[in-house]
Design a protein around this ligand. Structure first.
Ligand SMILES: [Zn+2]
Ligand SMILES: [Zn+2]
Length: 494
């Protein structure tokens, strides 16, 4: 079969390779669509990946053409999407189905071969069957869409997960229970650098969360942990999924470090302390994830208007209630810095007045004018630059939430006057990472598939370039050189 094989940094070859071997529980997927993630660019051209040769590509979909063993036979011929993360299923995060925080995961397209090939080997546990009306192109965007949904659910307290994600084992025990558990397993909760003492709720040990190949370090504090520069060749970029702030170079695999709040008993309860209704929601940074996040926020607001407040919706249709107030009435604002981002934002349905071009406007002033001088109740920072982190903290409303989405470009520094606002405004600052794929009916992937099958979202609007797979090289170059405006660049079989 043909595949793009990364032989070394900057050495991507399109060539004939043997079909992937299957092992028990794995299937062969014939690739029908594969998107380039912003994180693929440094992986291919700058930092490399964990080992060579590797076939990159973690955003893909296709048809199952072969299986290993009888038990997987039912998948033959199925149209599937692919969750690229293969969790270890034995670490504390995995025990709580928080697979995105697995300490020892494998990953299609970075740690093992992925989808920029005619065929890819995929474990059955990573497959999701596609509804008939979901296209392969849409399915190849499931991963970045799920990342966007995950960020949204980190920031909205009411969007709880069901299932075991809401009841992490250790946190559901009292202090005595924890002591007993520690005694039994020989773990020390306080000993945070050891590989076994980590719980997903402890925000102090981000290093091991996604880099079993990297030298473990003893974290000294959340800020200092981001000092690894993206150029370090030993830091392969996994994080791809999240990136994409405005200017696009995505960055290394530095894990996000949530600084507050510590989750007390799962995502749901952690969030429950925050206000239930968002007044002003800001998305800053309109790369792929920022735009998809905007799409999800708009869909959610429209859905709330329709399903939760039919009376108001009728009133609005009758022209008797133009604005109103209710759960669906959040003001959604977007901040970008490129002309095509504005076009995309309008295309997604945001009014022109809700878009701020940071090149032309004083963002803080613009935001204050549109939020009754309160600031943002929820601020999604999707860039990863110091100036936008500062903007987020500085412009969050009292009791507001800042969700850090963009992979960091650099160390982050906050002036004391801005830092004060975290305290005085009692801000909730949270990180988000990857997406939840648990098999529960309301995980992030199921959430996206539901919207797709109901035609509530149209992500294909964001596909700006389509190439046949043998021409995909052009796509990599466009993204590397920023030679043209682009959002999602996708390859299809020739
Ligand atoms: Zn794990
Ligand atoms: Zn990605």
């Amino acid at each position: 079969m043909k595949a793009y094989v990364l032989q070394g940094v900057g050495q991507l070859e399109y060539k004939d390779v043997p079909l992937p071997d299957l092992k028990p529980g794995w299937v062969l997927v014939r690739t029908a669509a594969a998107g380039i993630c912003q994180s693929d660019i440094p992986r291919i051209f700058q930092t490399g990946t964990y080992h060579f040769p590797t076939v990159p590509g973690h955003e893909f979909a296709g048809t199952v053409t072969d299986v290993y063993g009888e038990e997987s036979r039912a998948w033959l011929g199925k149209r599937v999407g692919v969750f690229p993360l293969i969790p270890c299923r034995s670490c504390p995060s995995c025990a709580n189905k928080l697979y995105e925080m697995c300490r020892h995961y494998d990953y299609l397209g970075s740690r093992r071969n992925g989808g920029f090939a005619e065929y890819a080997a995929v474990p059955v546990e990573c497959l999701v069957e596609l509804p008939d009306n979901v296209t392969f192109a849409e399915a190849a965007m499931l991963e970045p869409m799920a990342v966007a949904v995950h960020a949204m659910r980190r920031a909205f307290p009411e969007m709880k997960y069901t299932g075991s994600r809401t009841k992490p084992v250790k946190e559901s025990l009292g202090y005595a229970g924890k002591q007993a558990l520690e005694k039994k397993t020989g773990q020390q909760m306080e000993q945070r650098t050891g590989p076994t003492g980590q719980t997903p709720q402890t925000p102090a040990e981000p290093i091991e969360q996604r880099a079993e190949t990297e030298t473990p370090q003893t974290p000294t504090g959340p800020i200092e942990q981001t000092t690894e520069t993206p150029q370090t060749p030993q830091t392969p970029t996994e994080s791809i999924e999240q990136t994409t702030g405005t200017p696009a170079d995505s960055i290394g695999e530095t894990p996000h470090t949530p600084t507050a709040p510590i989750e007390k008993s799962g995502r749901g309860d952690e969030a429950a302390a925050a206000p239930d209704t968002a007044g002003t929601v800001v998305v800053c940074g309109l790369g792929t994830i920022g735009l998809l996040l905007l799409m999800m926020l708009l869909e959610r607001r429209a859905g709330q208007e329709g399903s939760h407040n039919p009376e108001r919706l009728r009133a609005r249709d009758n022209g008797t209630d133009a604005v109103g107030a209710g759960p669906g009435d959040s003001v959604i604002l977007a901040i970008g810095n490129k002309d095509y981002q504005k076009q995309m934002v309008l295309e997604l349905g945001l009014p022109e007045d809700a878009y701020c071009d940071s090149r032309e406007q004083d963002v803080s002033q613009w935001l204050m004018e549109r939020s009754g001088k309160q600031g943002a109740d929820i601020f999604f920072e999707c860039v990863g630059k110091n100036e936008t982190l500062r903007l987020a903290v500085d412009n969050a409303a009292p009791g507001g939430r800042v969700c850090l989405v963009g992979n960091p470009y650099s160390d982050m520094l906050l002036e004391k006057s801005v830092y004060w606002k975290i305290l005085r405004n009692q801000l909730y600052i949270t990180g988000t990472w990857n997406s939840s794929f648990t098999g529960e009916p309301d995980d992030d992937w199921a959430y996206v598939l539901e919207l797709l099958s109901r035609r509530r979202i149209v992500p294909e609007k964001l596909i700006t370039h389509r190439f046949s797979v043998d021409e995909l090289e052009k796509g990599f170059q466009i993204m590397r050189d920023k030679a043209e405006d682009y959002v999602k660049i996708m390859a299809f079989p020739s």
